[in-house]
Design a protein around this ligand. Structure first.
Ligand SMILES: Nc1ncnc2c1ncn2[C@@H]1O[C@H](COP(=O)(O)OP(=O)(O)OP(=O)(O)O)[C@@H](O)[C@H]1O
Length: 475
């Protein structure tokens, strides 16, 4: 029976007790039905047969309410637009500036497309130099990609620039802006964690990729050249435990910015490397710079004639740099002690100008404590006993590292460096001799370099060590 076809039929049906009963049953069912399926069955089965049009509409409405409750509602979304350039609107001269967040996001997305993509690229490095690598992989304008951070999905869309961008011109290189969209509930995470995370990642990748410089002073200015020193902590031959503790110390230092700030100390770390010539002090300095990805500033104090000159040099050093003063025992000789003795009654006009070790240390403490950025200073000496006590006082140099003669472990590192070998029939002989004579890693390196054939080189080393032993016994 089709009761919805005419008003008369509806009235008749309303009056019919059997229909009233059916409607009553239906109402109860609506009230108690727990699932959408139940509604659907009722809707289809009963409504068509029994229920008048208005009631059917009511039922459909109720069902849609229930459906809406049961079905997950699409989450509210937020979109952040990151423009390539900013400033043009607000700048009175109409200048626009490259937006750093855009550059970072652009580089970051390139590494998501291909992890080998260079994160160097568009923006200037910390020292104001333009980075060498540039991003060559990027999203095609109009395309989207999803990145997951801490379990939350972030969708990136590259929005074409005025020229329309396009595959031929390098993707986001042709895009004007990037859109970042995410569920509204993650707004805080996006701004406070995700975007800063991207900048950090890009910064770290840039540091890893950029070429390091070694700077040397000429008078009061620095001259820098690209620095390809091959030394790393893997190649420096030294006591393995000592090596571990140097690496651990650097790691701890780098993580402690907040700690240094809290205790009100300059975020700097001082290392004193000492030991005979040729034991690898300079190699260790290079390994430290490579490990930290810091530029090296090799301060030649014989070129520094006044405190003013020193001050200028230290001021010019950017953060994340490693200052090294080699052979510190020779730099001040007896002068600083003499100065200290005479300073009370010396009225020489230029006494303020004279460079002393404590002057240098105070400058470093004073200047660097204001920068709030990480600095590492390394002094090297062949003669620790000749050093000014000012330098040896506790708290001056944080770590004293002795670079000694070549031990067995150090020899094995060198053999691995030069020949990629971990064992050889001559090793036991070399181990015995090395424990009997003093030989520097520089001497061992020199012997290993003499032949490309491992057996010939090791035989030459055995001969050299035997000779040393003979001389020692004869002495
Ligand atoms: N510990 C080492 N590990 C690896 N190579 C070393 C080591 N010591 C010396 N060498 C080799 O010898 C060369 C000279 O060593 P290096 O200049 O590092 O020694 P140094 O202790 O700084 O010497 P000096 O006190 O004379 O400046 C290095 O270039 C390297 O090839």
């Amino acid at each position: 029976m089709d009761l919805s076809s005419s008003a008369a039929a509806v009235a008749a049906a309303a009056a019919s007790p059997s229909l009233a009963k059916a409607v009553d049953t239906y109402r109860k069912a609506v009230g108690t039905a727990a699932t959408l399926t139940a509604y659907t069955v009722l809707e289809r089965g009963m409504a068509r047969e029994l229920v008048p049009h208005d009631l059917r509409a009511l039922v459909a409405w109720a069902a849609s309410l229930v459906r809406a409750r049961l079905q997950p509602r699409p989450a509210e979304r937020r979109t952040i637009i990151i423009r390539r350039r900013d400033g043009a609107d607000g700048d009175p001269y109409g200048h626009s500036y490259e937006n750093r967040v855009f550059a970072d996001a652009h580089s970051y997305l390139a590494t998501k497309i291909d992890p080998r993509a260079a994160a160097g690229g568009a923006r200037q490095g910390g020292g104001g130099r333009r980075e060498r690598n540039s991003v060559v992989i990027s999203m095609v304008p109009g395309d989207s990609m999803t990145d997951v951070f801490d379990g939350v999905e972030f969708k990136w869309t590259s929005v074409p620039g005025e020229g329309g961008g396009g595959r031929s011109n390098g993707g986001t290189a042709g895009s004007d802006s990037l859109e970042l969209s995410f569920d509204a509930e993650h707004m805080d995470m996006a701004l406070a964690r995700y975007v800063p995370f991207i900048s950090d990642e890009v910064e770290q990748a840039r540091r890893r990729e950029r070429e390091l410089e070694i700077n040397m002073n000429e008078g009061s200015s620095w001259n820098g050249i690209v620095h390809h020193h091959p030394a790393t902590f893997d190649t420096v031959a030294m006591d393995p435990d000592l090596k571990k503790s140097v690496v651990g110390d650097l790691d701890r230092f780098m993580k402690r910015k907040e700690y240094y700030r809290r205790i009100g100390k300059a975020w700097k770390r001082g290392y004193l490397l000492y030991g005979p010539p040729g034991t690898g002090k300079s190699s260790l300095v290079a390994a430290m710079a490579n490990y930290l990805r810091f530029d090296l500033y090799d301060l030649d104090l014989s070129q520094v004639y006044s405190n003013y000159c020193l001050q200028r040099l230290l001021f010019e050093m950017p953060n994340r740099s490693l200052l090294v003063v080699e052979d510190i025992d020779c730099c001040f000789s007896a002068r600083s002690r003499e100065d200290a003795k005479n300073s009370a009654n010396d009225d020489d006009d230029d006494k303020e100008e004279k460079l002393t070790l404590s002057g240098l240390l105070n400058f470093i403490d004073g200047l660097w404590s204001t920068s709030g950025e990480e600095r590492v200073i390394v002094f090297t000496t062949n003669y620790k006993d000749r050093l000014d006590p000012a330098l040896l006082r506790p708290g001056r140099m944080d770590m004293h590292v002795y670079m000694g003669h070549c031990g067995w472990d150090a020899f094995r590192t060198l053999a691995r460096n030069y020949f990629l070998v971990d064992d050889h029939p001559l090793f036991p002989e070399i181990q015995r001799l090395i424990s009997q004579v003093e030989v520097t890693p520089a001497e061992v390196s020199e012997m290993l370099l003499r032949s490309e054939d491992v057996s010939a080189a090791l035989a030459g080393l055995v001969e050299f060590l035997e000779e040393k032993k003979k001389k020692k016994l004869a002495a």
